[in-house]
Design a protein around this ligand. Sequence first.
Ligand code: GEK
Length: 246
Amino acid sequence: MKQDKVFAEKKGQVEPFAFNEQVVRVFDDMIGRSVPLYRENIRRQAQLAARYYQPGSHIYDLGCSNGNLGLCLCQELAAVPFDMIAVDNSAPMLDAYRNRLQDHARQQDVQLLLGDVREIPLANASVIIVNLTLQFLPLADRTALIGRIYEALRPGGILLLTEKVVHADAAFDAMQQEFYYRFKKENGYSQLEISQKREALENVLIPETLEDHVQRLRAAGFVRLDVWLKWFNFASLIGQKEDGHA
Ligand code: GEK
């Protein structure tokens, strides 16, 4: 795995963060050292997707990056054909995903779609995964996407949403940041790397509170809702469209 050194050198000017070729080359190292419990989260979401998948429906992975979740799902659903539509608006990310699917036994089960998650049609879904992607959309566009997701789900279908979050209480928010930067330091990032990445993500990754997410999901129709994973300023939610039985 190629090591992430994207922010290691002092930059004259820190450009806004983008999922370009430089980032894609080191993506697995970057996300593994920057997102607490990333591998655990991917594996459990793949298992949840396998558990709730309804044959004859689609699984969507919105903001799929280089396919870590899709490839994990191929293992979890080893004996079951499925139909996943994996969407990303970064061409280098999808190229990396395509390379990993080449010669893969399950490559027919995954369709890669280059596009903006705000524009691609969604329909007949039993599982929709939005793993660390909603946070990159303008705030004004988030409610419409969650609404379309709810409409596209079959009864009994699920949304898996993971986000970096902020805390409404300023002191708890500061504490969570502190523990997050401690986590990054423990994973070998220098102070310079941490602060330049933070600057690059400003106005690009816009976190909301967990309460904001819960409220938006409820307003869209998700009555059955759980926060199944929480680590300081990261939260993973599952919302299920009601089907009349538990
Ligand atoms: C994983 N889910 O490894 N339309 C489509 N894609 C987008 C958009 C958009 N409007 N905005 C951002 N992206 C992945 C991790 S990374 C999170 C997700 C991170 C894409 C973007 O190109 C990138 O690949 C992904 O969303 C966010 O399970 O790196 O912090």
